[in-house]
Design a protein around this ligand. Structure first.
Ligand SMILES: [Zn+2]
Length: 159
């Protein structure tokens, strides 16, 4: 048995597999699939997932602390302005964190799909699927928690 010279899939009678020869015929570059295949998507996915989760935690805790302090101490005048500025920072963090989590899920799904596309290759990009799944899990949990938080905040604000 021999292997495709581009992607490394096992081939029977030629040195280029069917998929790679199709790509070459249509003018595209054959896909190089190896241990590092898809890492360009998987690494940012994991970074966005974990980073987004941290930003969301920090911003939610900050918001809750300020809301608690504001309601408990009836802060007035300059203090309110100061709190307002910091609260706006926390809200900005929250939005950036939310965007990062969405990006983590999208990039993670791309990474997992790339891993699946290496079926049959001798060197499968395990790091890609692991990091991609980390990105999806962190991102998805955060998006669910954002939903809960927003619903709670809306319910709390309405009552
Ligand atoms: Zn090939």
């Amino acid at each position: 048995m021999s292997f495709c010279m581009h992607c490394g899939r096992p081939v029977t009678d030629s040195c280029v597999c069917e998929e790679c020869s199709k790509r070459i015929e249509s003018g595209k570059k054959p896909i190089k699939r190896g241990r590092k295949y898809g890492l360009g998507f998987a690494v940012p996915s994991a970074v966005c997932g974990v980073g987004g989760a941290v930003m969301l935690c920090v911003s939610v805790v900050t918001m809750l602390v300020y809301i608690f302090v504001l309601t408990a101490n009836a802060v007035v005048g300059n203090d309110v302005e100061q709190f307002g500025g910091q609260l706006a920072g926390a809200v900005a963090c929250f939005i950036i964190g939310a965007v990062m989590c969405v990006a983590a899920v999208v990039l993670g799904i791309i990474s997992v799909r790339k891993f699946i596309s290496t079926r049959g290759c001798p060197a499968r990009p395990v790091a890609t699927v692991v990091l991609g799944v980390i990105g999806i899990v962190f991102g998805a949990i955060c998006i669910i928690l954002i939903g809960v938080f927003v619903v709670c905040a809306a319910a709390g604000g309405g009552s």
